[in-house]
Ligand binder design. Structure first.
Ligand SMILES: Cc1cc2nc3c(=O)[nH]c(=O)nc-3n(C[C@H](O)[C@H](O)[C@H](O)COP(=O)(O)O)c2cc1C
Length: 190
């Protein structure tokens, strides 16, 4: 296991983005299914999503969703998002803050739709909007032909990262804030 106390801020950041990339790429990685939290309407809310992409250069996290889901209109009201990741084996928690942009029926959505598998695409064929109250006979809803019409990409530009590493000899915690050109790191009390 890495001795995190010897790591520089740059090395911690590299480690963070490498783990996020691995989480996006590998379905069994604990970072594959983060919690994406929002604050709008009646207050805070949180849901599990699949991390589809993590791009260090663009400071971007991406997940897919149904354009009809309540979080889309919510993020349009308040684009601030919090992402929560926990890797039990690595003993690392990540909390990232970002600003969300929604892509729907544009080049970004088309490119990600083209890459997605038939089984992933099926999620977007449901005739009923996510969150709609269903009558008993509608639980197995009819499917639409045009999944792409419902498909949306939630892209989040990360501006703050809180890294917590648990260890018996004393937990370590660092916070990184994007200053417009660089990540500024500080150690903080865990
Ligand atoms: C393992 C897992 C992965 C999920 N992945 C996604 C996802 O990538 N995108 C998504 O919109 N919902 C995903 N969901 C469903 C959400 O957690 C949530 O129930 C749904 O998006 C409705 O959320 P909303 O009412 O906040 O819009 C996933 C749920 C689980 C349990």
């Amino acid at each position: 296991m890495l001795d995190h106390s010897q790591l520089t801020f740059d090395e911690i950041l590299q480690n963070i983005w490498a783990s996020l990339r691995e989480g996006a790429d590998r379905g069994t990685h604990p970072f594959h299914t983060p919690v994406l939290a929002s604050a709008f309407g009646q207050g805070p809310d949180a849901r599990t999503v699949v991390l589809q992409q993590a791009d260090e250069q663009r400071r971007e996290l991406i997940c897919h969703t149904d354009i009809r889901s309540p979080k889309v209109s919510g993020f349009r009201q308040n684009p601030r998002a919090a992402w929560l990741f926990y890797d039990r084996q690595a003993k690392v928690q990540l909390r990232l803050l970002g600003t969300v942009s929604i892509h729907h029926d544009d080049e970004v959505a088309a490119a990600r739709w083209a890459k997605s598998s038939p089984s992933s695409r099926r999620c977007y064929h449901a005739a009923h909007a996510p969150g709609l109250v269903l009558a008993g006979d509608e639980i197995r809803a009819a499917e639409l032909d045009q999944g792409f019409d419902n498909f949306a990409v939630i892209s989040s530009a990360v501006f703050a990262i809180d890294w917590l590493f648990l260890q018996a000899t004393g937990h370590l915690r660092a916070r990184f804030e994007w200053d417009g050109g660089h990540w500024q790191g500080v150690w903080i009390a865990p």
